[in-house]
Design a protein around this ligand. Structure first.
Ligand SMILES: [Zn+2]
Ligand SMILES: [Zn+2]
Length: 326
């Protein structure tokens, strides 16, 4: 009887493993062959602003380069899309924050706690880089969830003490990460009174991708990103904004700290990326249409779960992508 039950358990284990492989084989992201010296970008969330957009995740971008997986911002619901894209929950252990506006950080608690407390558990610390205030915010988050951390680590489930550690740093402009041939460079951008705010550029194997963060047209971004393979940039839709924010003064303040399609075209002309992709925008067709009036290069609207491969060629696909409401 003992033998049978062991056999049954073993068979069940094998079936579960096969089941996992079969599921992940159909999904984009980590299961696809790695590009030699290339970079793969998965847009985990592309929605704009703090407002809830049903079916869309808040701003978050995963960059895979060599053996590194780097996450940029942690908007609402990005963990759902991480798993939907075929990654294990533990895939993201290195988080870079562009700035501390809530729509960029609101799901850090999910990233901190969930992969640590659900199999397969994270057993390494969560590393976080971000502007001044990042360290403080992270230590407050650990404090806010002290009960759950204590019970799961010390009393009940014995989850990894290392896995719930946070190593956070407040960065300065320049190279902030250099491991296994991958470098991340932070550059200050202009986001109204929200200072400091950063954009990031990732370089690996002669290829590169940059993420603007929230910014109005930024000379720093242009200087740091000239000739980058892929530029992921924010944008606003002025017509939509007029409908959503009738108050002229409030609207002008929003416009002043973001980038219009026409302004984005000006930035793209100076940076000259092989592909420009909008993310953290309302996703309306007008944004790409208006940009194309002033810019003749390749430009695409980013969608949740869009995968961009950067190698000798720059290709993107939208497997599993949700269709965006127009
Ligand atoms: Zn934002
Ligand atoms: Zn912002």
């Amino acid at each position: 009887m003992v033998g049978m039950s062991l056999l049954r358990r073993t068979l069940l284990g094998v079936l579960l493993l096969v089941g996992c492989d079969a599921t992940s084989a159909q999904t984009p992201g980590h299961t696809e062959a790695k590009l030699p010296n290339g970079i793969r970008v998965t847009l985990l969330g592309t929605a704009s602003g703090p407002r809830v957009h049903v079916g869309l995740a808040g701003t978050s971008t995963l960059v895979e380069a060599g053996s590194e997986r780097l996450l940029f911002d942690a908007g609402r619901g990005f963990m759902q899309n991480l798993v939907k894209a075929g990654f294990p929950m533990t895939a993201a252990t290195k988080l870079f924050l562009t700035h501390l506006h809530s729509d960029h950080v609101v799901d850090i608690p999910d990233l901190l706690l969930t992969p640590w407390s659900a199999a397969p558990e994270r057993k390494v610390p969560l590393e976080v880089w971000g502007p001044d205030g990042t360290r403080k915010m992270m230590s407050h988050l650990v404090e806010a969830f002290a009960f759950d951390i204590h019970v799961r680590r010390d009393v009940d489930e014995s989850f990894s003490p290392d896995g719930i550690k946070v190593v956070a740093q407040d960065i300065r402009p320049g190279k902030v990460f250099e491991r296994n041939g991958v470098t991340v460079t932070a550059f200050p951008v202009t986001h109204g009174l929200v200072e400091p705010s950063y954009g990031y550029r990732v370089d690996y194997g002669g290829h590169s991708v940059a993420i603007s963060g929230d910014t109005s047209p930024s000379d720093n971004l242009v200087a740091a990103c000239k000739g980058v393979d892929v530029l992921i940039h924010e944008a606003i839709d002025l017509d939509l904004l007029r409908q959503l924010v009738p108050n002229r003064q409030r609207r002008d303040a929003i416009v002043a700290r973001h980038t219009t399609p026409e302004q984005a075209a000006g930035v793209f002309k100076k940076v000259s990326p092989r592909l420009a992709v909008f993310s953290h925008s309302p996703g309306t067709p007008a944004i790409v249409e208006q940009t194309k009036r002033f810019y003749s290069g390749r430009v695409e609207m980013g969608r949740d779960l869009m995968v961009i491969d950067i190698g000798d060629e720059v290709r993107f696909r939208s497997a599993n992508a949700e269709s965006r409401p127009q």
